[in-house]
Ligand binder design. Structure first.
Ligand code: AMP
Ligand code: ZN
Ligand code: FE
Ligand code: FE
Length: 285
């Protein structure tokens, strides 16, 4: 029996582009002996309604989380937020704004697919094909393209059509990092740079280091030891806490199993306490 404390602080459900429902994810976390978890769906906290009572019944400690999509000077930057109340109106409004942005953007992408490839994929196709109930994005469109024979895999759809610079790419409205950090802090949450190795632009990373982040994702499924060292050093220099997670998405990203990376116990305890304090404040206000 493994008693080491493990909390995976980065994973997705069917509320965004993961393939496990919140219930399936928690059951899976329990089977893999994880004691702590944060569900970080893209731009939505919808999973928590279902997840909170299940986590409690399984004895898994759950810290609120979300992964916000942002842009900084044309470069995509994912910002993780933790510890806010999932009923906080500022967070819920921000998620709503993202949902609207995504609807418009998805429509524009689907129009492009029709224009360039004469195949009409509808918004309904995205829902039915994925049992999804939260935010929709390019991974859902990629899957629909596979189902309609336009691509042979999700990767293929990204590489030939949906990736930046390809014929069906649409940036849509974007939300900047500063605005996202303001929202997270106004909601009394903590802001973390997600998978910093994916931002392969030194100048952007340097600019992010000057922004009021609270933490950085030092441990990530596919990080090498050299990468971990680099981000650890940065965290120490900035006085940021270090988080960790697998970025589990279920069967669409089988190379990232749940629990492949985890946060240091001290970080998880700190964020859990912060979350519980926010819940108490909601209860008394
Ligand atoms: P969106 O938020 O709609 O722009 O979609 C971005 C998501 O698509 C990311 O969070 C990844 O999970 C996924 N993604 C991005 N690039 C690729 C790729 N080349 N192959 C497969 N999935 C990708
Ligand atoms: Zn994703
Ligand atoms: Fe991400
Ligand atoms: Fe993610």
């Amino acid at each position: 029996m493994n008693h080491a404390f493990r909390a995976d602080m980065h994973c997705h459900t069917t509320c965004s582009d993961g393939t496990f429902t919140p219930q399936e994810l928690l059951k899976h976390a329990h089977d893999r002996s994880l004691q702590g978890l944060s569900i970080t769906d893209h731009d939505t906290v919808e999973s928590y309604l279902e997840a909170l009572p299940i986590a409690e019944s399984l004895g898994i400690q759950l810290v609120s989380g979300v992964e916000f999509s942002t842009m900084h000077q044309g470069v995509s930057v994912h910002v993780l937020a933790y510890g806010f109340s999932t009923e906080n109106p500022l967070i819920l409004n921000f998620c709503e704004k993202h949902a609207k942005r995504r609807i418009e953007r998805n429509r524009a992408i689907l129009d492009r697919i029709y224009k360039y490839h004469s195949v009409r994929i509808t918004e309904d196709d995205l829902i039915q094909g994925n049992k999804n109930k939260g935010t929709f994005g390019r991974p859902h469109i990629a899957q629909a393209m596979v189902q309609r024979g336009l691509a042979i895999s999700i990767q293929d759809a990204f590489h030939r059509f949906l990736g930046e610079g390809h014929c069906c790419f649409e940036p849509g409205d974007t939300v900047d990092v500063e605005q996202t950090l303001e929202c997270i802090h106004a909601a009394n949450g903590k802001a973390v740079i997600a998978h910093p190795h994916l931002i392969n632009n030194h100048s952007i990373v340097n600019q992010l280091t000057e922004m009021p982040f609270d933490g950085i994702e030092v441990y990530y499924a596919r990080f090498t030891e050299v990468q971990v060292k680099r981000w650890k050093k940065l965290a120490e220099k900035k006085g940021w806490f270090m988080t960790g997670g697998s970025d589990f998405h279920g069967s669409v990203k089988p190379h990232n199993p749940l629990g492949a990376s985890w946060a240091p116990e001290s970080t998880f305890e700190f964020l859990l306490k912060h979350y519980q304090t926010n819940l108490l404040n909601v209860a008394v206000s």
